[in-house]
Write a protein that binds this ligand. Structure first.
Ligand code: SAH
Ligand code: DHB
Ligand code: MG
Length: 229
C-alpha cells in the first residue's frame, strides 16, 4: 500500500500545493548536509499552515526545527508582525535551518533557540502567550512539552503533536522504544488533563502510517466573585 499512499500524496501535491522552489531547495539542502528526511510531508506542511491561519496565530512555538521545512510553512501563515520561536537541540540542524529560512525570506519572523528544548522552554518566563504550538522533537518528552505548551499558551491555544501513531506502534504496551513509551505517556497525560480538549487522527501518505494529536487549551473556568481579595 505504501506506493499507493505516496501516489495519492503526489496527486494531492500536484492538484493543491503547486511547485515551490523554496521548499524543494530546502529538502535538497537538508539532504546535502546529512539531515535525516523526517520533515513533515508537503500536504502536512500545508495543513499546519492552514491550521495556524484558522487559529489566527500571531505567535507560534515549534519544538523540533530540523532544517526548518515545517518552520517555513508555519512562518508563512503569520502576518508580517507575527513571530515564531523554534527550538532545536543540534547546532548543525539549526545552521542548515537558518540558511533555508533566509532563502525562504522568513528569517525576520523566526527565532531559532539551540539546546535541549526542555531547557529553552524553562527559560521562557516573560513572553506573550503562544497561539499555536507544533511539537515534533524527541518523543520521550512529549507529555512535558504539552504541559509547557499549556503554561506558555492561553485558553484557545492550538497544540499539534506529530508522529503519535508510528505504524500502530502506539499500541505496543511493552515497547522498549522510547519514542513509543513517550507517545503512550502523551496519551495518558492528554486523557487525564482537564485543561485540554484533544483528539488524534491517523494519517497515511509519503510519511507512511502515522498521525497527529490535535488539542486546544480549554477556556479557563470563570473566576468566582468574592472568592479572594
Ligand atoms: N519539524 C521538522 C522535523 C523535526 S525532526 C519538520 O517537519 O521539518 C526532530 C528534530 O528534533 C531534530 O532536528 C532533532 O535534532 C530535534 N530534537 C531532538 N531532541 C531534541 C531536544 N531534546 N530538544 C530540541 N530538539 C530536539
Ligand atoms: C522521526 C521523527 C519525526 O519527527 C518524524 O516525523 C519521523 C521520524 C524519528 O525520530 O524517527
Ligand atoms: Mg515529525
Amino acid at each position: 500500500m505504501g506506493e499507493r499512499w505516496q501516489a495519492v500524496d503526489d496527486y494531492i501535491a500536484a492538484k493543491l500545493l503547486g511547485d515551490d522552489d523554496v521548499l524543494a531547495t530546502t529538502l535538497a539542502n537538508n539532504a546535502a548536509h546529512g539531515l535525516p528526511p523526517i520533515d513533515v510531508s508537503a500536504a502536512q506542511g500545508k495543513m499546519l499552515f492552514l491550521l495556524a491561519q484558522i487559529a489566527g496565530a500571531k505567535r507560534i512555538l515549534e519544538i523540533g526545527t530540523l532544517g526548518g521545512y515545517s518552520t517555513i510553512w508555519l512562518a508563512r501563515a503569520l502576518p508580517e508582525s507575527g513571530r515564531l520561536v523554534t527550538l532545536e537541540l543540534e547546532p548543525h540542524h539549526a545552521t542548515v535551518a537558518r540558511t533555508n529560512l533566509d532563502r525562504a525570506g522568513v528569517s525576520s519572523k523566526v527565532d531559532i533557540r539551540v539546546g535541549p528544548a526542555a531547557d529553552s522552554l524553562a527559560a521562557i518566563t516573560d513572553e506573550p502567550p503562544f497561539d499555536f504550538v507544533f511539537i515534533d522533537a524527541d518523543k520521550l518528552n512529549n507529555a512535558h512539552y504539552v504541559r509547557e505548551a499549556i503554561r506558555l499558551g492561553r485558553s484557545g491555544t492550538t497544540i499539534v503533536v506529530d508522529n503519535v501513531v508510528r505504524e500502530g506502534g502506539v499500541l505496543d504496551v511493552d515497547s522498549d522504544d522510547e519514542r513509543i513509551v513517550g507517545t503512550r505517556a502523551l496519551f495518558d497525560m492528554l486523557s487525564a488533563d482537564p485543561r485540554l480538549d484533544a483528539t488524534a487522527v491517523q494519517t497515511v501518505g509519503a510519511k507512511k502510517w502515522d498521525g497527529f494529536v490535535l488539542a486546544r487549551v480549554r477556556q479557563s473556568p470563570p473566576a468566582k466573585r468574592n472568592e479572594k481579595r
